[in-house]
Write a new protein. Sequence first.
Length: 483
Amino acid sequence: MIWSDTDIFEDENHVVMGKSAQIKFGTDGWRAIIAEDYTLENLRRVSLGTALWMKNNGLKSALIGHDCRFGGRLFLEETARVLASHGIKVLVADGFVSTPMVSLGVVHHKVDLGIVITASHNPPSYNGYKLKSSYGGPTPPTQIEEVEACIPEEYSPSLERYEQYLSQGLITVVPLHENYLAHIRNRFNLDEINKNTQLAYDAMYGAGQDVMKQLFPNLKAFHCEWNPGFMDTPPEPIPKNLIEISSFLKSNPGKYLGVANDGDADRVAMLDDSGNLVDSHHILLLLLYYLAGNKGMKGDVVVSFSVTNKLKKLADHFGLQTKITKIGFKYIAEHMIDGDVLVAGEESGGLAIKGHIPERDGIWIALTVLEFVALSGKTITQLIDEIYKIVGPFAYDRLDLKLWPDQMENVKEVLNSGVIEKWGNYLTRSFENVDGYKYYFDHDNWLMFRASGTEPVLRIYAQGKDADEVIQMLDTARKVLNI
């Protein structure tokens, strides 16, 4: 199925292409299935488009990294060859790295552009190509469109060997891993974290594994080895993919805190000492409570459309402004670049804070929460209970439905036909369609509908007073939409 660029019901990062078809970037880079559309031929086209755009804009240097996916080093070297052949000075990571390591490296090494070979949390059959600008965050959508316009329909270059460009000095290997570790050690109280917390960590076979093992030598590690097949589990830190670490925590109550990162370690999920998921909504609340409530820091709160409205309540409590963006961290990054942002993030686990790069960083965020827990002397559950006294308790869940095309058309017809005044026993009190369809009910409850930005599935989001009510709301949504 091919999804349009403007349709809410789309897979924005994977468009099925024929030979020499136009290549489009989605919400977070270009992604495609390896050997189907993600081929060396198409990668060279994208790389040439990048090189031409850089030269058109006077950009002379690039930093390239890859995560743990299949073919990462091959695709990195091919990208580097194309850029080097056009006179671009290329720096490359010396091994697999996370996306935030590349973004930080762009700033640290003062280069003009970052390129990350990654498909983030997509299934193992995918790979991708992200662009990062000189400030260490996502390249703006307007510039991405300019890059797309430079991608040729065909490109069959005669390139020198990778090693030849290395010997000519057009490609240089840099230690991004060590740079990132040094940056963390200069910022966080790791001694206190190690002394006061025991950590269980699930890398999901992703790029965060080596950093976390070095920062926490005694951690209980899950999936912290190289396995580009991910054991057929997409490296997305959501409950159904975190059963092993969750079961371990449940069987060792009160002993560990859990952290999980996605494939390129720009997203994070946490688990409490009983193995219960601490979702991104609660992590955002914890970050704001720590930075504004405990450290007295100021700045705006910027979050995507699918984030809990409880965050605005807490921001209001601290006298801070809240701004809502379309879904996609690139929209949040624009605020971080131009304004004073304290806490920012998405429902999907891509979070950022003041004092770091304008970029999602799953490890950095986890360390901030771990530091809060360690210095406070309280459990993460106790800290969340303190927050609940301000904003009220709530539960959240998301249902991902893979629908047949005719089912999707029926859903589109229902949701586009006008505001639905009643969802079962829930009366609509307000409605927003910033980026999807969001229905607000009494008691801070809400439902939201939007297709994935990276897979052709419909997402249904729900917030209620507790887990049972959330299940009821999701069931009601399916009945109303007849899916």
